[in-house]
Design a protein around this ligand. Structure first.
Ligand SMILES: Cc1ncc(COP(=O)(O)O)c(C=O)c1O
Length: 415
């Protein structure tokens, strides 16, 4: 029996061994940003923005694409472009970053929280179908951490029930399903370029879409209602959700590196997951066989509590942090389920109090999310993607630490 580092034993990995870091930039980025600074075009339909939009759209294999202010706004604009508004119901997975549901509230729709699959943490489509009512207008699927829902089944369901399909791709720039990029399955795809994301400009967002009509609507919505190419007949009520040329400059650099980085992480995770699968009590997440390239916002796995009786994921994470000295972000449980999420509080803004019925409908506590709750409270263990840009030895360290903590989980009682 080895003494766990959390109890004063020696750690699997020395503190002096550095992890890969994130975000990444290079001299070409700095040069381009300096050029943009010297130019007279800092925003508003700048050349770098549209150069990036064209290249990223092509990379994904999407029909149309355009930038916006951030990933939250991308979802809000998607809903507005599809004319989803007051009292409409939108199905949202119960395990995701709060923005997926908050964007629905911001257009006065009702986010209907539906549970996730236990082994992917992505929307459970059978439960989603059961939650459809006459008021349902759309389903938002989230490609969460490093898993995808069954996109063929999601498309089929939406077609059968006459619903829009929106993809929240904030976590997965560069995931391909049979060679088709995420963001190209639904009516509209939504991406985030926030600092921690795998394609980043500090802040930023992107929408993909399937038709020129939707593209023009999205364009107007992000640009104070102005019509595409100044077509006044397309004017709609909206605000300013544009991004700047500096952000576009960073995105052009990031896009040059993106596919290589995604492949590197994917190779590391395939190798690591084989090792994790051999450890009693550890369950790697399920990878659907149609996925030809998987991008990872987080690495995740689950604890099998039939093996690790009484173990809690928060204690397991603390023990892993002591073994591995992650820097800057450590191992932690996944997102809080949205029915108990500290950052999802629809009842705290008066502008959401449309009427008593709506107020009741947006109460997150009315939804039951057992799989999402189990992931957060007991079974789930995740870490941000930065270690995945590292070496095979880094993956060996992770596997060795997970094995050590799992083999000695009895020592975690009391932590
Ligand atoms: C799943 C998901 N959707 C949407 C967003 C919102 O993106 P942003 O932070 O760019 O607004 C995030 C950001 O973390 C996210 O993780």
């Amino acid at each position: 029996m080895a003494k766990l580092a959390i109890d004063g034993g020696s750690s699997i990995r020395p503190k002096s061994r550095k992890w890969a870091s994130w975000p990444v930039s290079d001299a070409a980025d700095a040069k381009l940003l300096a050029e943009i600074t010297r130019s007279n075009t800092w925003s508003y339909d700048g050349p770098h923005e549209w150069d990036f939009a064209e290249k990223f759209t092509k990379y994904l294999g999407a029909k149309h694409g355009l930038c916006c202010a951030n990933g939250t706004v991308a979802i809000q604009l998607a809903l507005e472009a599809l004319d989803i508004g007051a009292y409409d119901e939108v199905i949202v997975p119960g395990l995701t970053w709060q923005a997926t549901a908050a964007a629905c509230i911001d257009v006065n729709a009702v986010p209907v929280l539906v549970d996730v699959e236990a082994d992917t943490w992505c929307l459970d489509l059978e439960k989603a179908e059961a939650a459809i009512t006459k008021k349902t207008k759309a389903i938002v699927v989230v490609h969460l951490y490093g898993c995808m829902p069954n996109m063929i089944a999601a498309k089929r369901l939406c077609k059968k029930r006459g619903l829009f399909l929106i993809e929240d791709c904030a976590h997965q720039h560069g995931t391909f399903w049979k060679g088709k990029g995420v963001g190209t399955f639904g009516d509209i795809g939504c991406f985030s370029f926030q600092e921690s994301k795998i394609l980043s400009s500090g802040e930023g967002g992107f929408n993909t879409c399937t038709s020129k009509t939707l593209f023009e609507r999205l364009y107007s919505l992000r640009n104070c209602g102005r019509g595409w190419q100044e077509d006044a007949t397309h004017a709609v009520q909206s605000g300013n959700y544009r991004l700047t040329e500096w952000q576009a400059g960073m995105l052009l650099g990031g896009l040059r590196r993106l596919d290589k980085q995604v492949r590197h992480r994917d190779k590391n995770v395939i190798y690591l997951n084989q090792k994790l699968a051999e450890i009693p009590g550890i369950l790697p997440m399920r990878r659907r066989k149609e996925i030809t390239q998987q991008s990872y916002f987080n690495l995740a796995f689950r604890l099998d509590r039939r093996e690790l009786k009484g173990v809690r994921n928060d204690a397991f994470c603390r023990a892993l942090n002591a073994e591995l000295h992650p820097d800057p972000w450590g191992w932690e449980p996944p997102y809080q389920p949205l029915n108990k999420c500290a950052l999802y509080k629809p009842h705290t803004k008066r502008r959401h109090k449309l009427n008593a019925e709506y107020w009741k409908a947006i109460n997150p506590r009315r939804f039951r999310l057992p799989a999402a709750t189990d992931a957060y409270e007991r079974g789930g263990v995740v870490i941000h993607h930065y270690p995945l840009l590292g070496t095979k030895r880094d993956m060996d360290d992770i596997a060795a630490a997970v094995a050590k903590v799992a083999e000695n989980f009895e020592q975690l009682k009391g932590h």
